[in-house]
Design a protein around this ligand. Structure first.
Ligand SMILES: C[S@@+](CC[C@H](N)C(=O)[O-])C[C@H]1O[C@@H](n2cnc3c(N)ncnc32)[C@H](O)[C@@H]1O
Length: 201
């Protein structure tokens, strides 16, 4: 299945997107623990930023600039409004764009911190390859990439494999292992939470 903007627009419009419940706790925990600081990781890319909960949270903690990209216009409108309401619009830059396109607005530089909460796993085949290429393009040695993803064996045909594209077991090593050190953070079953530090150009 190829998820397109209309699918996400509908979920956002109906306010039934199951992930759209505020900033992901793993991010607040990493910031609270002092592991993610604006001094060490000032420039942030939020890939598939949705309605901007993570972007706005990071901007409110002093990360600057925070560049969010999502191909859902509904999500981008809400993210922009959220940043304005929180008084951090000057730090947040939101773009409506497809992350799998050869050129992506706002993604024309490297970032210290790259967040991908639920995007790479929503892609398949050439879209996934394009998203992974983007992550390589906008990172440099020392950049940290946080990835949250569904992971499982699709051949088992059990939930959530039946509805979500997801990453195959070990696929993260094939996609990123050559250039990144991969640390596995605690997360719930059938999901992956990665802290990846880029080590090579
Ligand atoms: C599972 S949601 C997660 C949203 C947000 N990161 C969060 O954690 O709340 C995936 C998001 O990625 C966006 N997305 C999926 N594929 C995309 C693509 N090819 N280009 C840009 N955005 C995409 C969707 O519109 C959606 O907002």
């Amino acid at each position: 299945m190829r998820f397109r903007p209309g699918f996400y627009n509908t979920l956002y419009r109906l306010k039934v997107a199951p992930w759209d419940t505020g900033c992901r706790p793993v991010l607040t925990e990493l910031v609270d623990a002092g592991r993610l600081t604006p001094a060490d990781y000032p420039a942030v890319a939020d890939l598939g930023c949705g309605t901007g909960a993570e972007s706005v949270y990071l901007a409110s903690k002093g990360f600057d600039p925070v560049v969010g990209v999502d191909f859902s216009p509904v999500a981008i409108r809400r993210a922009t409004a959220r940043a304005e309401a929180a008084g951090v619009a000057h730090r947040c830059h939101f773009y409506q764009a497809d992350l799998t396109a050869p050129e992506v607005p706002g993604m024309t530089r490297t970032f210290d911190l790259i967040c991908d909460f639920g995007v790479v796993d929503d892609t398949e085949q050439e879209d996934r390859e394009a998203a992974v290429r983007l992550i390589h393009r906008i990172s440099r040695p020392g950049s940290v990439v946080l990835i949250w993803a569904f992971q499982g064996d699709k051949s088992k045909k059990r939930w959530p494999a039946t509805i979500a594209p997801m990453l195959a077991p070990g696929e993260e090593k094939a996609l990123f292992g050559e250039c990144f050190d991969i640390e596995y953070l605690p997360t719930r079953p059938n999901t992956l939470m990665l802290w990846m530090t880029r080590r090579t150009q």
